[in-house]
Design a protein. Structure first.
Length: 198
C-alpha cells in the first residue's frame, strides 16, 4: 500500500475516533465538553490534513491506484456523514440538510459503482467542487462553534453563529443536490449505462 492510500486509511481511522470524542461530551462529568471539543478538533484537523495530502502526493508522484480511486471517495463520504451526524445531534445542523446530503452521498457512490463497470470516470462539475468547499467551511465553522461553546459562556453570540451555520448547511445541501442532478444528467446524456443488462 502506497503513502497516499495509507493517509486515506488514517482518515478512516480518525472517523470513529472523532465520533467517540463527540460521545465524551454526553457523559455528563465536569469538563467533559472541553475534553470532547479539543479531541474533536484534533481528529478533524488530522482527517482534513490527510485528505489534502493524499491527493496531492498521489498526483505529484503518479501514485494513483485502483484502490485509491475507490478508497478516497469512500473515506470522504464516511467522514462527512459522521461529522454531520454529530453536528445534527448537537442541534447546529438542520435535519433536512443532513437528509439531502446523505441521500446524495449514497446515490453518488452507487452511480460511481455503475460507471466503474463501464470503465468511464464521472467528470467533475462546478457544483461538486462547490459542495466540497461548502462541506469544509460548514464543518470548520461547526468545530469552532463547539470548541468556543466549551470555553465561552452562552450569550447573544450563540444565536448569530447558529444562524450562520444554518445558512452554510443550507448552501451545502443545495450544492450537494445540484451536483448530483448535474452528474445524473451527464450520465444519461453520455448513454454510458445503456449497454448494461437489466
Amino acid at each position: 500500500m502506497n503513502l497516499p492510500n495509507k493517509l486515506t486509511v488514517l482518515r478512516l481511522v480518525m472517523v470513529p475516533v472523532f465520533f467517540i470524542s463527540y460521545l465524551i461530551s454526553l457523559l455528563g462529568f465536569e469538563s467533559a465538553s472541553v475534553v470532547s471539543a479539543v479531541m474533536m478538533f484534533i481528529c478533524y484537523a488530522i482527517a482534513e490534513l490527510s485528505d489534502l495530502m493524499d491527493g496531492k502526493i498521489a498526483r505529484k508522484y503518479n501514485l494513483v491506484t485502483d484502490l485509491g480511486k475507490v478508497l478516497d471517495p469512500f473515506a470522504d463520504t464516511l467522514s462527512h456523514l459522521t461529522f454531520f451526524v454529530c453536528f445534527m445531534h448537537s442541534g447546529i445542523m438542520p435535519v433536512w440538510a443532513f437528509i439531502i446530503i446523505m441521500w446524495r452521498e449514497f446515490s453518488i457512490l452507487f452511480l460511481r459503482m455503475l460507471m466503474m463497470r463501464t470503465g468511464k470516470a464521472m467528470p467533475a462539475n462546478i457544483w461538486g467542487k462547490s459542495k466540497t468547499v461548502l462541506y469544509a467551511i460548514a464543518s470548520v465553522f461547526s468545530i469552532v462553534y463547539i470548541v468556543a461553546a466549551a470555553f465561552i459562556a452562552p450569550g447573544a453570540w450563540n444565536g448569530t453563529y447558529e444562524m450562520v451555520l444554518y445558512v452554510l448547511f443550507a448552501l451545502s445541501a443545495i450544492a450537494s443536490l445540484m451536483s448530483f442532478v448535474t452528474y445524473l444528467a451527464t450520465v444519461f446524456r453520455s448513454k454510458a449505462l445503456s449497454g448494461m443488462t437489466r
